[in-house]
Ligand binder design. Structure first.
Ligand code: MG
Ligand code: MG
Length: 270
């Protein structure tokens, strides 16, 4: 069941999302060769707590996720568990997926960072994941359906020679971290649920350098590409309101970078 949100609820989700995105200002500074994924997780954890919020991922699911951020390196797609003895090294790409719960509502987002000098194909992979997100967001307009978003993400990704993961998807978000509907990164134009005011969702392209098949690691959380090729992940929470579409988990810097796109989304009529 899709739970449509009131303007008041969207305001609360916005607060959770602001805490969520503010973590990236710290994470971005910390990403460098030699830092452990545990240290990055500690930064996220302490920052979320300092804002009076709760890490949305901590103890989530079964077995309970043990950390506040999912940190996934290279062939790890998502849900990597931070570890004291897992260090970033020059040339890696690392996705940091995190969320805060505040006043009963969740934010959720992911970024993939380059660690030092990264091979050009991986730089492109990271860039295309982000661009695919924006291609998908352009389809968030009156009369369109979920399939229009997925189709745009898939078409753009595959045009660049990358694979779209099928087993993991975006989702609705609100009082729960994962709500209906699933927001697929692939699909057919004009198919699926029609978009409407009050929907709050996470669009999160997960794309791979090679084949899109994935496997689950023995830790029961980490998802890896089957062919061990690299993957990139980019995610934001967004809301459809009577006053246009708003992306809720962008940092201050990202709001500057995407000022034109933000203005366009804000101008969509519902
Ligand atoms: Mg998500
Ligand atoms: Mg996420």
């Amino acid at each position: 069941m899709i739970i449509l949100k009131t303007q008041e609820e969207i305001e609360l989700i916005r607060e959770a999302c602001e805490i969520t995105s503010s973590c990236y200002e710290l994470v971005e500074q910390a990403i460098k060769p030699g830092i452990s994924t545990f240290e990055i997780d500690q930064l996220v954890h302490e920052h979320i707590i300092s804002q009076g919020a709760t890490p949305g991922f901590l103890n989530y699911g079964e077995p309970p996720f043990p950390s506040s951020a999912c940190i996934s390196i290279n062939e790890e797609v998502v849900h990597g568990i931070p570890k004291k003895d897992r260090f970033l090294k020059e040339g890696d790409i690392v996705s940091v997926d995190l969320g805060a719960e505040y006043k009963g509502y969740h934010g959720d987002s992911a970024r993939t960072y380059l660690v030092g000098e990264v091979r050009s194909t991986w730089q492109k992979l990271v860039r295309v994941a982000e661009e695919a997100f924006w291609q998908g967001m352009r389809q968030v307009k009156k009369g369109n359906r979920l399939g229009d978003i997925g189709h745009a993400v898939q078409t753009y990704t595959e045009k660049h020679g990358f694979g779209v993961i099928r087993e993991l998807t975006g989702h609705g978000i609100g009082a729960d971290l994962h709500e209906d509907p699933n927001l697929l990164n692939y699909g057919k134009k004009g198919r699926g649920v029609r978009l409407e005011v009050g929907m709050v969702m996470c669009l999160e392209p997960m794309i791979t350098e090679g084949d899109h098949s994935v496997i689950l690691a023995n830790d029961q959380w980490t998802i890896l590409t089957r062919d061990k090729k690299a993957a990139a992940h980019y995610e934001n929470t967004f809301a459809i309101t009577e006053n246009g579409v708003e992306i809720l988990t962008l940092t201050v810097e990202e709001r500057k970078k995407y000022a034109n796109e933000i203005t366009e989304l804000k101008a969509t009529k519902w």
